[in-house]
Design a protein around this ligand. Structure first.
Ligand SMILES: [Ca+2]
Length: 209
């Protein structure tokens, strides 16, 4: 073996090598290479190692507003006469997991050519005592003559905190009182007519906004 290694380091100058001897030389070279690789593997395998994984979960919150009209104090009236008012108590709830702020807009339609909507006045109060006399308080939104195109009543549905927007924490509730009034000055042209009102509550997240 020593002879072979010596020949590997300093091979004889002869140009012709015995084929059997050449094969032994190659086999010895491979053996020495494998032995060197084995020493390296043994050195690497001797190190202790460890791995720790750390999972994280990400769940988004929700913005969910609910507005419910009281079944007993309900906005809307039949057989109205000039001077009458209709009261509607509405409970607004944040049913989501994020704090929200909301705004209210309204739009009206007429069932006849006569613009009864334009005769009606609307005011909204942040007052759970929703009955005659609530008008003595300060309204958070008013509209004299209900609009036939969507119009802001409280705050603004525009993104961000706008004047009049109402914040509501997750799980919180507040009660509003809507009052629709038919002025005493309403003329005979509006007898037997009908107008319909739709209120819209828009909510947005307050965090990062
Ligand atoms: Ca807004």
């Amino acid at each position: 073996m020593d002879d072979l290694i010596r020949e590997m380091i300093d091979p004889p100058r002869t140009t012709r090598v015995d084929p059997a001897r050449r094969a032994r030389l190659i086999a010895t070279t491979v053996t020495v290479a494998l032995a060197a690789a084995g020493v390296t593997s043994l050195t690497t395998g001797a190190l202790f190692t460890d791995t720790q994984t750390m999972p994280s979960d990400f769940t988004t919150g929700t913005v969910d507003i609910a507005a419910v009209m009281s079944p007993t104090v309900t906005l809307g009236a039949g057989n109205m006469a000039p001077g009458d008012s209709s009261y509607g108590s509405v409970t607004v709830s944040n049913a989501g997991s994020l704090e929200l702020r909301y705004s209210i807009s309204l739009v009206a339609t007429n069932d006849q050519v006569a613009d009864l909507a334009g005769e009606l006045d609307l005011a909204v109060y942040a007052d759970p005592a929703c009955a005659a006399g609530v008008e003595a308080g300060t309204a958070i939104g008013t509209d004299e003559g209900l609009p036939l195109v969507s119009t802001g009543l409280v705050g603004s549905s525009a993104t961000g905190a706008n004047l009049g927007d109402r914040p509501l924490g997750a799980g919180s509730t507040e009660t509003l009182c809507f009052v629709v009034h038919l002025p005493a000055a309403t003329t005979n042209a509006f007898q037997g007519t009908t107008a319909d009102l739709t209120l819209t509550f828009d909510a947005e997240q307050t965090v990062n906004n």
